[in-house]
Design a protein around this ligand. Structure first.
Ligand SMILES: *Cc1c(COP(=O)(O)O)cnc(C)c1O
Length: 444
């Protein structure tokens, strides 16, 4: 039976009078999957509920922010207690100190950290520090990556005609002149950029797993190559861990990679479901934002006690024994189940993952994707139809093929097995309806 989403649809149209596209963040309008957006009324554990009363197993996990699932009782308890003591106090509080200490101690590359209210602000500030520290202007970023919506990271690169996403008007042209683009995993091009511009490069910013173009893993040696180039040209190496931080292990994923980035950004998970961003690194870089230093950053709500207490409560749960082992097991369950289900229907797509984060490449290729050019070869049209069918079956995935599948701690193995079957069935239905199987798969 198909869902009724009449209330969602009506509300969306009404909201569109007051808010552009009826949403505060564009992906929520479901334009990328070409369907009617749903409006959610609640989330509990692994589930979310829409305003028409439909229930979904949630694999969007608030774009990865809810690693514990929704409304974890321990986090709620702390938030409720703090709310009675004031939500924002204007000055610092012990909670801020506790969370900073926990995060700094979790990650060997960190000596100091500062809290802001979003990943966007965190990344923006690291770039500011890198420019101030090196006295240089150029930033290298990777095609298809997303590092928040600050001007410096959305500027249209003036060079090389390479297309990336998130390009927008309204940003001064000169900012684009300082952005150098490179395909993810392309060591040769990166080396060439450094030989040409090395002495002007302030920083390279990279996600250690590219999570804003579906799921793309860094190939062996790629991140180490960046480290090596940054060291020899005295550029700073910024790890954007807004998605990866605390997702795979207690701390930055750089801990697991034997890499020592100069600056790291965090966000999403570390706020325990409340708005947050954080940036940190060696004290010599962080000292730029000290009073009397040459970089300014501030924030009315930065380090507010609600977010700090929620973040602390979440981290205390994540730090318990086996927390990450269990997430990893769930990732394995999803992989095995997807492979079994895809084999049953002879579907040609593959699922790649690292622990609890992964994605399906919607393309007929047994190789995993390694850059944005690969990502763009996917069948976005098939994903759109699959996404719709999954909603009808009670599963919420990101409303874009360029987002991963976010496993969280509230998911059960049964739900993961269910998801795998639902995805395979949905793709199979799409193929069947479109007679795509002729193009893709042997006779069934
Ligand atoms: C989400 C995201 C950001 C921006 O974080 P916001 O809190 O949405 O501003 C930055 N970098 C990466 C890698 C992200 O996924």
């Amino acid at each position: 039976m198909l869902r009724n989403i009449q209330k969602s649809t009506e509300l969306f149209h009404e909201n569109s009078n007051y808010t552009p596209d009826g949403v505060s963040s564009p992906m929520r309008a479901f334009r990328q999957v070409g369907s009617n957006p749903i409006s959610l009324s609640a989330g509990k554990g692994s589930l979310v509920f829409d305003i028409d009363g439909n229930e979904y197993v949630d694999f969007l996990s608030s774009f990865g922010a809810c690693l514990l699932g929704h409304a974890h009782p321990k986090v709620i308890e702390k938030i409720t207690m703090q709310a009675q003591k004031g939500t924002v106090l204007g000055l610092t509080s012990p909670l801020e100190h506790l969370l900073a200490e926990k995060i700094v101690k979790s990650t060997s590359a960190l000596e100091q950290i500062r809290f802001v209210c979003s990943g966007t602000e965190a990344v923006m500030t690291t770039v500011r520090i890198a420019k101030a520290h090196t006295g240089r202007e150029k930033i290298v970023k990777f095609i298809g990556s997303y590092h928040g919506h600050s001007d410096v990271l959305l500027a249209t690169p003036a060079t090389c005609g390479l297309k990336t996403k998130g390009v927008t008007k309204g940003i001064s042209e000169y900012l684009g002149k300082d952005i150098l683009l490179c395909e993810y995993n392309d060591k040769e091009h990166l080396t060439a950029l450094f030989s040409q511009f090395g002495s002007e490069i302030a920083a390279v910013i990279v996600e250690p797993y590219a999570t804003n173009m579906g799921f793309v893993a860094a190939k062996d040696g790629f991140l180490h190559k960046i480290r090596e180039l940054c060291t020899s040209y005295k550029s700073l190496f910024i790890f954007d861990e807004v998605v990866t931080g605390f997702r795979f292990n207690f701390g930055g994923v750089c801990n697991l990679m034997d890499i020592d980035p100069d600056l790291i950004t965090f966000g999403k998970i570390i706020g325990g479901g409340l708005p947050i961003g954080a940036y940190g690194g060696k004290a010599k870089y962080m000292s730029h934002v000290k009073i009397g230093g040459d970089v300014f950053q501030s924030g009315t709500f930065a380090g507010n006690p609600m977010t700090m207490t929620a973040g602390l409560a979440a981290l205390e749960i994540m730090e318990q024994d086996n927390f990450y082992e269990e997430l990893e097991e769930k990732g394995k369950t999803l992989k095995t189940s997807i492979e079994n289900e895809f084999a049953k229907h002879s579907l040609p797509f593959i699922f790649t993952h690292y622990k609890g984060l992964g994605g399906i490449a919607f393309r007929n290729d047994t190789e995993s994707m390694s850059n944005y050019a690969d990502v763009k070869t996917q069948r976005y049209d098939i994903y759109s139809k699959t996404h719709q069918k999954l909603l009808d079956k009670g599963y919420l995935l990101a409303p874009s093929l360029e987002e991963p599948i976010f496993i969280n701690a509230a998911h059960t193995h049964e739900q993961l097995i269910g998801l795998a079957k639902a995805i395979a069935d949905s793709i199979h239905e799409v193929f069947y309806e479109e007679e795509e199987r002729i193009n893709y798969a042997p006779a069934m």
